[in-house]
Ligand binder design. Structure first.
Ligand code: G4P
Length: 526
């Protein structure tokens, strides 16, 4: 057992994910209220990327700049240290969110009762499934009319490909919403709309007790009894181990805006959600409770102010304890580095810290030393796995618009790609560079930053592509044949891997049919 065991076991590092507008910001804020990290509702709101119909990315980046401070929100609650990792709401930054998911030990998914499972949730859940991340579902906005809860659970199972198990159950909804029965704790929480206060729960072990009618209407009591009976009959007993394996998602109902059902969620969360989990490195599995420090960079946030070309590299600590001013090995460079001003994020303040433990996230000021996926250790050669790139959705050729500045352009492109702004593919046939992103905004960001930070000018040229697939095969001849046949569509990614650029869904489907020996992957790690 490690000397840091106690510190590490009390940590819970997670992200809240949702489709925009389902209530992620509101829920985050209510959780912070419970932790005493903020005292008034509305405090988190100001950091949110405001919904703009325009693609005014400077404005969005400015707001994202503010949100560096809220990238991690840490607070203490019931002897636990909770680290919430913020994920950008704007879908053009989905790639950021994917990477953030590599740094969390569990996830809470927020779903709007009226809208059900939406596109962004589906995508993010795919990443969780791939990584076997334990997931808790919070069904939000019960104060509004929405789908039948049983139908919604079916929809979640079907659309998100995960089994569910309700641990609380709503009593009606919308105007008639009366509260939730907490199946996990066996008590009744009656609803009074309030943005600031938390209602007291009424202990209620046996819902067949006629006293239930003292609290809610007889027909609602009857319906609740029937629902609970159905739940016990249809869904398996809740089993923490199955949840921890990522095979079943417990479900809670509530209204984040009215701070209702949030405490149940949090109380259950600290009981069942995992403390930092072992992390797989190429060399071996790293246990969080090892004495030696190790961690990896999962996100780099650039300063948009051109006068300060500095970044913050976010490190997830995988094992041991990080100390300020100690010597750590930057594994890719093979050199020692010391950090005199590592920052942590307590409540909404960013401050310099002397130490941090496995599970925590720290920010290191960076002037271009780091790229996504880099490892820091006490000395061991470790390379952490699991920071995949995802097939981008938009592609453009990038061309040099100022022949005198070709060097600057190449350097700029390389550094921006290391930061994870977008992905670079080089066409094997004609050597042209193709940038792939998940949203239109990134093209504007790249062009602006190349000019202002590197003095390079680029222009974009259209290319019609559907998807980038990383390909592999056990059959070397088949692979060679494929590459020959698709020569014009073969590219190399930043790490030198073979990528097939399919120009339409149909062409991709035909390729999959015609070349059964080739495996097509939509993420760079398989
Ligand atoms: P997001 O971060 O997932 O994008 O969602 P956010 O929390 O910003 O919530 C989106 C909208 O939904 C907000 O309204 C918020 O007040 C509302 N909301 C969140 N939880 C609940 C709930 O439990 N019940 C109801 N009825 N509404 C809820 P908005 O009008 O877009 O913003 P605002 O003007 O209220 O700030």
């Amino acid at each position: 057992m490690s000397q840091y065991s106690e510190e590490i076991k009390r940590r819970r590092t997670f992200a809240i994910i949702s489709h925009p507008d389902a209530g992620k910001t509101t829920l985050t804020e209510k959780l912070l209220l419970f932790g005493g990290a903020i005292h008034v509702a509305g405090a988190v709101k100001s950091n949110k990327i405001k919904k703009t119909a325009t693609s005014d990315w400077m404005e969005i980046e400015k707001q994202r700049g503010i949100s560096v401070a809220t990238s991690v929100m840490a607070f203490d609650y019931a002897d636990h240290k909770i680290n919430i990792l913020d994920t950008p709401g704007h879908q053009d930054f989905a790639e950021d969110t994917f990477r953030t998911l590599t740094a969390v030990d569990s996830v809470i998914i927020v779903i709007d009762i009226a809208k059900g499972v939406e596109a962004q949730t589906r995508k993010l859940m795919e990443v969780c499934r791939m990584r076997k991340t334990p997931v808790i579902v919070f069904v939000n906005k019960m104060d509004r009319d929405g789908k039948d809860p049983f139908d919604l659970l079916d929809e979640i199972e079907e659309e998100l490909h995960i089994n569910v198990r309700p641990l609380s159950w709503p009593i009606d909804m919308g105007q008639r919403f009366k509260g939730v029965y907490n199946i996990y704790e066996q008590n009744l929480n009656l609803y009074t709309p309030s943005k600031q206060y938390v209602t007291e729960n009424v202990e209620f072990k046996d819902i067949n007790n006629p006293e239930l009618e003292n609290y809610i209407d007889p027909h609602q009591a009857e319906k609740l009894r029937q629902d609970i009976e159905l739940i016990e009959g249809v869904y398996p007993e809740f089993d923490v181990e199955t949840y921890l394996k990522g095979d079943i998602a417990p479900v809670f109902f509530g209204s984040a805006l009215n701070n209702f059902g949030v405490k149940e969620l949090l109380d259950c969360f600290i009981k069942i959600a995992p403390s930092p989990r072992p992390v797989q490195a190429i060399e071996r599995t790293v246990d969080p409770e090892e004495d030696n420090f190790s961690g990896f960079i999962f996100k780099i946030h650039a300063n948009m102010d051109p006068n300060h070309r500095s970044c913050i590299a976010f490190v997830k600590i995988c094992s041991g304890r990080f100390e300020r001013n100690a010597n750590y090995k930057h594994v890719r460079f093979g050199k020692q580095m010391r950090f005199s001003s590592p920052t942590a994020f307590m409540a909404q303040k960013k401050e310099v810290v002397d130490e941090a433990y496995a599970g925590d996230i720290i920010g290191l000021p960076d002037t271009g030393n780091f790229k996504i996926g880099d490892t820091l250790t006490s000395g061991e050669e470790l390379h952490f796995k699991g920071l995949p790139s995802f097939s981008p959705e938009m592609f453009k050729y990038i061309e040099n618009a100022d022949p005198m500045k070709a060097k600057q352009l190449n350097k700029g492109i390389e550094q921006l790609m290391d930061e994870g702004v977008a992905q670079l593919f080089t066409n094997q046939f004609n050597g042209r560079k193709i940038i792939g992103t998940v949203g239109q905004l990134q093209f504007e960001v790249i062009q602006y930053r190349l000019l202002h930070e590197y003095g390079a000018q680029c222009k974009w040229e259209p290319i019609s592509l559907y998807k980038a697939c990383w390909i592999e095969s056990d059959n070397a001849t088949a692979l060679e044949n494929f590459k020959k046949r698709k020569a014009q569509y073969m590219a190399t990614d930043k790490e030198g891997r073979d990528v097939y650029l399919a120009d339409s869904g149909y062409v991709l489907m035909m390729a999959q049919q015609d070349f059964p020996d080739i495996k097509f992957h939509f993420t760079s790690e398989f």
